[in-house]
Design a protein around this ligand. Sequence first.
Ligand code: KG4
Ligand code: ZN
Length: 373
Amino acid sequence: MAITALKYTVQEKALILGIESSCDETAASVLAREADGSFEVLSSIIASQDEEHAPFGGVVPEIAARAHMQKLDLIIERAISQADVDYAELSAIAATSGPGLIGGVIAGLMGAKGLSMSLDIPLIAVNHLEGHALSPKLAGECAFPYLLLLISGGHTQLLSVKGLGDYERIGSTVDDAAGEAFDKSAKVMGLGFPGGPRVERSAQAGNPQAIKLPRPFKGKDHANFSFAGLKTAVARAYEASDKSDQAKADLCASFQEAVCDVFKDRTQRAMKIFRADVGEGSQRFVVAGGVAANKKIRGALNQLCEDNNFTLLAPPLKYCTDNAAMIALAGAEHYARGNFDTLDVKARPRWPLDGNSAKHNPASGFGKKGPKS
Ligand code: KG4
Ligand code: ZN
């Protein structure tokens, strides 16, 4: 059978089904794109696997893959019915094809290929990170270019986003992602899984100045991050504490404060680099990814933006963590440009958003350690 995407033409108005399965959320969404480029999210269904992974204190890839296999059909069905559309009305299927846990990515991508074939509509392989990068557009107008801080369980990167497919990395983590530092810190303190929201909750009752923690790379003449040392410092501080609820709250608040400090310092450095490239004057700054759901971090970044003549834009909380609306949106943008994939497109465990610029900036590597490598 010839595997071709060339036979399809682009319709001005389109209905895109997005599928997300790269980590521990099985998600599907239907998005309607109008001829003028405006769009509406008609449905966004997310099935979390928190319960499945909680006993292990982290995402177990094999369990994740099985759960995606079991839930995907139902989640797609719900997205279609909540959007009140028919399968026959769909214009294209957009699915996360990496980076992520390979078993889960394969589950979603195979489902998408099956639908694309049976409905005879184009398949669009979406980079999960591009979904996060475009996610502020789900909240409203967000014109290119913008400086993006992408902070999730698998990634911590500062990118210059100049257009669809035009991403340049300014900095990234040299070891752990920020979300991983939250998750591991929560695990050490026995706060449960997923760690980020639990650390944020516990920190509300704590004193952010109580425990002295390192601020890795603060003041350095680049925009990279490091979280491994901070993570270890949290573990040591917890061991030395009386392990009471108050001790945990103080440690969570101090950890969150250290992360905020690091984000402010590194982002300010990146703002200078971004400005030197795109020009002076008011600019846009976007924070996206699961860790962007943290209110303290948003507040700190908002202050930084006010002080540096940047406007902060962020996706609504429900679109910070993994979801399929952002995948449908990225898919819709590619659909409008006729960027279709063939059925032999592969699932990719690693897929840097900025393939070329990462090569030019090897110091920041591919910025990827953690569950979604
Ligand atoms: O974007 P996401 O859902 O998945 C990845 O692409 O990795 O991000 C998940 C990460 C987890 O590490 C989770 O602990 C963290 O986002 N997270 C948070 C909060 N909510 C989720 N971290 C800090 N504060 C939060 N409120
Ligand atoms: Zn993500």
